[in-house]
Design a protein around this ligand. Structure first.
Ligand code: UD1
Ligand code: CA
Length: 448
């Protein structure tokens, strides 16, 4: 069977009290709508259709061409929302999976079970249900004496007895397309002036069909985000779900409640994360590393056996056995080869530190290339910017840069060269020579 998917996302989300459309609020580093987009895509193998309305332009802009859009204007309820997708989807698939953009914890495994259920029979409506102690505004599932689903009643319209029902409607369905599109046109206006998607359930029963349901185990999966309190709850749950997976995969966390790992991050076994570790975006961490406390790593690749203490890294690469911190900052284009040591207060931008090089204290290297085994003395600065342009500094293998050396770029320090403390290198320094002073001049050759 061929599946298509529709994600409802046109609602306003007034209770977020935000100028940002609700579905664009971030959870673990990305707009919450991305989760529905990814799970439906994983299950159907096709690009989902998103029904947008409030803040449509911003949603389009944020999500780009990862989904097809249809506009619902005005927003006349969930049934009306789904019917907007007919034009795009009629004739496109046999089964239509429907979910919400504000339910980021729903897994593709659960959606997959629903899809499988729908695929296994010919009834037109399959749906998820969940039993939860806290009904939280959900529609209630009505069943007959034999346990067959009869319909869904919205909380606002439920009788006191119906309000006692704890089997709830998460709002996730899978419909037979040929039944769905005409049926949507037969929904009548609710007392609230909306076309309720939930009415399809009662309609299918009336027509003699059986409603197929998959009852979910974990009510957390269907937490819908309506307020910033829900947003924080969902974030905490998702964070713990991710952390649990990594712990089971061999990563240690001293306190998992204080570790933040975004979904795209990967980690190797026997890595230990201390509290206050934040791993963002497309970050890859190798095996046997010790990271944190209080370390932020974004879009960075870290090799095996690195020790990174109280530091910040963005768009950088660290090979194996790098030892860094506390209080270092790697910025875009920093590349630390195997065995590099960076002590406290180092900043590196767009620079390569050759294997085994050391930069122990209070230094800045920008637009600089270091060969292997270079020693950068305390307080060294690559003066790479003259206020208009950036210039490059080159330091050869085994060079020894004395404390407080200013490297006025463009400048080359030859292999094995040394600078004296406080030198200001305005011109190239040949290999194996010692240069001192301001401006630095060569005073002798270094015998080897
Ligand atoms: C809906 C269900 C309810 C279910 C609950 C689960 C109906 C009538 N009720 O209620 O049984 O328990 O979800 O959360 O379907 N949307 C649109 N266009 C609209 C209205 C809504 O796109 O005109 C979207 C919203 O952006 C949201 C989703 O549909 O993503 C659900 O809408 P919402 O208003 O939150 O529905 P509920 O009243 O919670
Ligand atoms: Ca809702």
């Amino acid at each position: 069977m061929k599946f298509s998917a529709v994600i409802l996302a046109a609602g306003q989300g007034t209770r977020m009290k935000s100028s940002l459309p609700k579905v664009l609020h971030h959870i673990m580093g990305k707009p919450m709508a991305c989760y529905a987009l990814e799970t439906t895509q994983a299950v159907t193998g096709t690009r989902p259709v998103m029904v947008i309305g409030h803040g449509a332009d911003r949603v389009r802009q944020a999500l780009g061409d990862r989904v097809d859009y249809v506009l619902q204007e005005p927003q006349l309820g969930t049934g009306h929302a789904l019917s907007q997708a007919e034009e795009l989807l009629a004739g496109q698939g046999d089964l239509v999976l429907v979910t919400y953009a504000d339910m980021p914890l729903l897994t593709s495994a659960t959606l997959g079970k629903l899809a499988e259920m729908a695929d296994s029979h010919s009834d037109p409506v399959s749906m998820l249900t969940v039993s939860a102690a806290e009904p939280r505004g959900f529609g209630r599932i009505l069943r007959d004496m034999d346990g067959r689903i009869l319909g869904i009643v919205e909380e606002a319209q439920a009788t006191p007895e119906q309000l006692q029902i704890h089997e709830l409607n998460p709002g996730v369905y899978c419909f037979r397309a040929e039944w769905l599109w005409p049926a949507l046109k037969r929904i009548s206006l609710s007392p609230r002036g909306e076309y309720y998607l939930t009415d399809l359930v009662g309609m299918a029963v009336q027509e003699g069909y059986t409603i197929r349901s998959v009852s979910m185990e974990d009510p957390d999966e269907v937490i819908g985000i309506n307020t910033r309190v829900h947003l924080a709850q969902a974030e905490a749950l998702l964070r713990m779900r991710i952390n649990t997976q990594w712990m089971l995969a061999g990563v240690s966390m001293i306190d998992p409640t204080q570790v933040y790992i975004e979904p795209e991050v990967s980690l190797g076994p026997d890595t230990i994360l201390w509290p206050g570790t934040y791993l963002h975006g497309n970050t890859q961490i190798g095996a046997g590393c010790v990271i944190g406390p209080n370390t932020i790593i974004r879009n960075t690749r870290v090799g095996d056996h690195c020790k990174l203490l109280e530091s910040v890294m963005e768009y950088a690469v660290l090979e194996d056995h790098v030892d860094m911190g506390p209080f270092c900052h790697l910025r875009k284009g920093a590349y630390l080869c195997k065995g590099v040591h960076m002590g406290n207060f180092g900043e590196v931008k767009n620079s390569t530190l050759g294997p085994g090089s050391k930069m122990g204290h209070f230094s800045y290297l920008g637009d600089t290339t270091l060969g292997p085994d270079v020693n950068i003395g305390a307080g060294t600065i690559s003066c790479n910017y003259d206020g208009e342009h950036k210039f490059h500094t080159d330091i050869g293998e085994g060079a020894f840069i004395g404390s407080d050396t200013m490297l006025v770029a463009p400048v080359k320090i030859g292999a094995g060269a040394k600078t004296g403390a406080g030198a200001v290198a305005t011109r190239d320094i040949p290999a194996n020579s010692l240069a001192v002073g301001v401006p630095a001049r060569v005073i002798k050759e270094i015998k080897k």
